[in-house]
Ligand binder design. Structure first.
Ligand SMILES: CC(C)(COP(=O)(O)OP(=O)(O)OC[C@H]1O[C@@H](n2cnc3c(N)ncnc32)[C@H](O)[C@@H]1OP(=O)(O)O)[C@@H](O)C(=O)NCCC(=O)NCCS
Length: 195
């Protein structure tokens, strides 16, 4: 497997101010885990996303996660987890963007936009060239994600909502192998559907 370097020291080694007085962006640190859980439980129905991130972290599958912090409180979060594209000569290391969340009182101020943009800059510095997301085309389209870029991948999530963005050479087809933690998310969604 390709060795992926940690984010460049130049990127987010210091807190990065989004907007004076609003929030700063930085890499997730161990002390953030509970606040990230709180944010995800508040942002999504059920505990699926919070459990997903805990499991991705403990499995070592979180390639990059960024927080937006205001006065010591995590108010925004984005995760990029390891996603292998299989079927070529050797598996290709890509990432899946999920989840993304910002507390309502901080929404509509560009926090998620900055999390995603800085995330992409970090990924590029890490040598990762493909990011895949399952979400709203009207939202992720503004960052360059498209269904066209993802349409040929074999995936349990294949649909008009599956989108991809490449920053460099990356496969257009192959089987998307998500980290094991994503199986829990499907089980959680199935449980909720039956409740
Ligand atoms: C989606 C979310 C992270 C956006 O955070 P944010 O910091 O307000 O985002 P930004 O300020 O960068 O961007 C706001 C824009 O996103 C749009 N947007 C927000 N949620 C959207 C959605 N579900 N579908 C389409 N557009 C959406 C807003 O309408 C706004 O558009 P505008 O710029 O044309 O006014 C936030 O609404 C959230 O946490 N929602 C609950 C969790 C969630 O749904 N996460 C995404 C899972 S795919």
């Amino acid at each position: 497997m390709t060795w992926v370097k940690p984010p460049s020291n130049k990127l987010l080694s210091e807190k990065h101010e989004i907007e004076p007085g609003l929030a700063v962006l930085r890499l997730e640190e161990p002390r953030d885990a509970q606040q990230i859980r709180d944010l995800l439980e508040a942002s999504f129905p059920g505990f699926g996303e919070a459990i997903l991130v805990d499991r991705l972290r403990s499995d070592g599958d979180l390639d990059l996660s960024l927080v937006a912090e205001d006065q010591g409180v995590v108010i925004g979060y984005v995760a990029f987890s390891r996603l292998m594209v299989e079927g070529g000569e050797k598996p290709f290391h890509a990432v899946a963007l999920a989840p993304l969340a910002v507390y309502p009182e901080y929404q509509q101020q560009g926090v998620a936009t900055q999390l995603i943009r800085e995330g992409h800059a970090c990924l590029a510095a890490m040598g990762i060239t493909l990011s895949v997301v399952l979400g709203e085309p009207s939202y992720y389209g503004r960052f360059g994600y498209s269904n066209r870029r993802a349409a040929q991948f074999e995936s349990p999530y294949q649909s008009p909502f599956l989108m991809a963005l490449s920053f460099g050479a990356a496969p257009w087809d192959g089987r998307l192998a998500y980290p094991a933690a994503f199986n829990l998310l499907s089980e959680d969604a199935a449980t909720q559907a039956h409740d």
